[in-house]
Design a protein around this ligand. Structure first.
Ligand code: UDP
Ligand code: MG
Length: 315
């Protein structure tokens, strides 16, 4: 018998977790020759999610709850879940809101038993979203694929990972983690399963535009230093333009037709200073990320009192 762990990060999902979990379990129980377990990682919910999860355990003994001390973010919750699942033969990571259809699980398991190491859900239709979210996502994936060697368009966190992949993922030492990017970067054998994203059944997405923007920046910085190269290139370019303008100004001065040039000066100052500010900002973000890495703080802390698991699986 092979063991599969489902890792589900949740944050303030009290409204519907008791409706969604049975739909997931219904699919799991149809799987022959598989011992399954569900690990719900509570990412510091402030509503009654944890109480609901504990009461759900009475009906579902295969359910465990791991509570983080506070809201560390979905990436940290997934990481915590994977670290606690390293003994399972495979792990499936999925959202709690049924936007990752459980009906895909049997096919994922089938492909895994055939020897594939990563089986990932692939969004053919992004589902109901505001135009601004759709635009943000599109721009992010475009810039991301331009700056890194990875193509994550239409990818999501709905993935089955073989034990070797989980171990490898947990051994990657960085703090700024981007699950779908890192899994693709590791390059294990992968299959993709297309699906349409159904609308969220209950509640609202907890990702604000600001949170998404921050997340996108972290992801891009973690996977590419091209931005710094662009900054250097822009520096060289503006230096050349500056040199040319200086030569023209000097020539005119020597010829006795010095320019009044107020507009030129203002434009140049504006242009140069904005480029400098952008450059400094970008370098600042990289430095902040390096600072985060060298501090080597853990990605999350577990609240063992609230959790039903009582010990950390050793690294
Ligand atoms: N989630 C989380 N921590 C957060 C935000 C979200 O664990 O800080 C969980 C959430 O409960 C859900 C999954 O991540 O199970 C996806 O979140 P959501 O549906 O809000 O995102 P979207 O589908 O809009 O990408
Ligand atoms: Mg969702």
């Amino acid at each position: 018998m092979k063991t599969i762990n489902l890792v589900i990060p949740v944050f303030n999902e009290a409204q519907a977790i008791d409706k969604h979990l049975p739909a997931i379990v219904d699919v799991l129980i149809t799987q022959p020759n598989i011992t399954w377990h569900i690990l719900i990682v509570d990412d510091g919910s402030t509503d009654t999610t944890v109480a609901k999860l504990h009461s759900l355990r009475e009906s579902y003994p295969q359910l465990s709850v791991l509570c983080l001390n506070r809201n560390f973010g979905k990436e940290a919750a997934i990481y915590a879940g994977l670290q606690q699942s390293r003994t399972a033969d495979a792990v499936i990571v999925m959202d709690s809101d049924l936007q990752h259809p459980p009906a895909l699980i049997p096919e994922m398991v089938r492909l895994w038993t055939q020897g594939l190491q990563v089986i990932e859900g692939y969004k053919t239709e992004r589902g109901k979203e505001s135009w601004s979210s759709r635009w943000l996502a599109k721009s992010f994936y475009f810039i991301f694929s331009l700056l890194s060697d990875l193509d994550l368009k239409n990818h999501c966190d709905f993935k089955l990972l073989d034990k070797t992949v989980v171990t490898a993922y947990c051994e990657l030492p960085e703090r700024n983690r981007f699950f779908r990017g890192m899994v693709q970067w590791m390059g294990f054998s992968t299959a993709q399963l297309p699906f349409n994203v159904p609308p969220r059944q209950h509640g609202e997405t907890t990702w604000s535009h600001l949170k998404l923007l921050k997340y996108s920046f972290t992801a891009i910085m973690a996977f590419s230093s091209t931005l710094l190269q662009i900054v250097t290139f822009l520096g060289v370019l503006t230096f050349c333009v500056g040199l040319l303008i200086s030569c023209i100004a000097l020539y005119k001065k020597f010829m006795g037709s010095a320019i009044g040039g107020f507009t030129t000066v203002i434009l140049l100052i504006f242009f140069m200073s904005s480029i400098l500010m952008i450059a400094l900002g970008l370098i600042g973000i990289y430095v902040a990320n390096i600072y985060d890495e060298v501090k080597r703080r853990p990605n999350y802390f577990i609240n063992w009192q609230k959790s039903t698991i009582k010990e950390k699986i050793d690294e």
